[in-house]
Ligand binder design. Sequence first.
Ligand SMILES: [Zn+2]
Length: 324
Amino acid sequence: MSAPLRTTAVERHDQAVRLVRRSSRRPAVVQPATRQFDRTRSSGGSAPGGRTRRTRRRARSRRPTARVLWAGTALSAVIVSTAVAVVYWKETRTPASHGTGTRDGAAGPGTLPSPSDDPGVSTAPTTASTASPIAVPATGPGTFTAARASGKAVGEGKLVRRYKVLVEDGIDIRPESAAAEISAVLADRRGWTRDGVNSFQLVRSGSYDFLVKIATPGTVDSICGAAGLRTEGKVNCSVGTDVVVNLKRWVRGSPEFDGPIGEYRALIVNHEVGHRIGHGHETCPGPGRPAPAMMQQIKGLKGCVANAWPYDDNGTYLDGPSAP
Ligand SMILES: [Zn+2]
């Protein structure tokens, strides 16, 4: 489970900083970091030919703080580098010439999956990607970096769907953060695992059943367009083994939806992965009912209530009449 991992990493970091604070009078403990700090300072232009007594006193008075800061930074780097896996590769854009696809956009309200739903992604601690605005370039290079993360299979179903998460190069989202978010959605008890047939496993190497790619609008158009789908820089698509998520939707949500962005992302994942496992579109079953996850909610709710999940808490499939 990644929640304990994250907690442990944070605790370790806090303990480490406390430890450094206690031992900040012992230069040997944090000497490399202090040297780095000094180099950084001197590069800003210290006076040549030696310091005065006054500046030396000032420098001494700054050192404990500097040690804590740099030691904290160095220790964080060590913790992060040991928490992530080692496999790393770049994958060029997959030609989307295989199979048919589905063009999409989607929306829904609610909260992010709880930590207990986390499938055990072996990533570094992550912060919410909504913490600061993420730029949405019109297009990108079309190359992707895969998340250096993997997890246990989640779900009781015998059909284990192995998937990778990739983010287009140049996008300000860590692939590992995206993988943590996506795998939490797929592991949620209201997700597709509730069908008792499908399980999902995040992998970082080897064979896979599908790829979840977060891409700039221009690249989405290229991938989806190669399969004859018109995404117009606006929506997502599922084509062949690619589940292609439009960065614009991932970051800005849908104009049809005013709920939390995390819930909207859950709908994107559930809807597009739903296509991957064989579900077609559905529409609103009646006024006030939950909109099916397989409904194209971005086109309007038709009287339904926005909803991100294929199943409710009791395991009932939130379906609707089939739609084109
Ligand atoms: Zn769709």
